[in-house]
Design a protein around this ligand. Structure first.
Ligand SMILES: [Ca+2]
Ligand SMILES: [Ca+2]
Ligand SMILES: [Ca+2]
Length: 253
């Protein structure tokens, strides 16, 4: 009888933790935080999304010092060294790690944009026009290096299939579109045509699970190339959360 009670409690806890893991990661900020384009440039930390949607199968998890995803098993290895603002986000679970792992569209891959694991950001655009999108990503292989970008629930052709090939195992800025002929992507082909001066909802959706995103920028300059941790954020409304602890500080503690 006592044993049955222990088993019942054990099953309850197991079930409770499963439910907990299925909950959507809570955003660190709300929709009052609005980033602002100035002189044709806006930079946004990926971890400062105000909401995420279509999270049933895959979702984005925030990673910072002392804050690792609580998935079981947990495949997340922290790549915090060199991450801008000492934090980033990652799509988990990651069940397609190598090319030999089974690919299932709608589970660990999404060939169509806007279908799975979407993060949202409010961005005020003052000068309408064409904005090239650059993302700072950490890729360790060939199955964690694809992403889609869109805005206001539109997923235009030139936001599809962002691709990273160069510079594995390091934070890397890129803005390239994968095509049938160029699997590593074509530069200057990832952009959004934003035709009104307004607050827009900038969105990124999953192409490959395991994707890691540190920061993104929109630039109206076709020749602009971000370097290092990229430009600083500009805010038109709301308040930025306190900075995350530096990795070196965390190691010292
Ligand atoms: Ca890939
Ligand atoms: Ca993957
Ligand atoms: Ca970041």
């Amino acid at each position: 009888m006592k044993m049955n009670l222990f088993i019942a409690i054990g099953l309850y806890l197991l079930n409770a933790s499963t439910v907990l893991h299925a909950q959507t990661e809570k955003p660190l900020v709300n929709d009052k935080l609005v980033f602002e384009e100035k002189d044709g440039l806006v930079a946004v930390e990926a971890e400062l999304f105000y909401k995420q949607t279509l999270t049933e199968i895959r979702q984005w998890y925030s990673i910072s010092t002392g804050n690792l995803p609580t998935l079981v098993p947990n495949p997340a290895i922290a790549h915090l060294a060199g991450a801008s603002n000492n934090a980033y986000i990652k799509i988990l679970p990651d069940t397609r790690v190598t090319h030999s792992d089974t690919i299932t569209d709608g589970i660990n891959f999404s060939g169509t944009p806007g279908k799975m694991a979407i993060v949202h950001y409010k961005v005020k655009i003052n000068k309408p026009g064409r904005y090239y999108v650059w993302v700072r990503c950490y890729s360790t292989g060939s199955e964690d290096n694809g992403l889609h970008v869109g805005f206001n629930n539109n997923w235009p052709e030139h936001g599809q299939r962002m691709q990273w090939c160069d510079n594995k195992n390091d934070w890397t800025w890129a803005s390239k579109q994968r095509t049938e002929n160029a699997h590593c992507g074509v530069p200057k082909e990832i952009y959004l045509d934003i035709n009104t001066a307004d607050v827009h909802d900038i969105q990124f959706s999953m192409r490959e699970d395991g994707f890691e995103m540190d920061k993104f920028i929109l630039t109206s300059n076709i020749d602009y190339i971000p370097e290092g941790e990229g430009p600083v954020m500009e805010i038109s409304n709301g308040k930025l959360p306190a900075p995350f602890p530096k990795v070196e500080d965390a190691i010292k503690q």
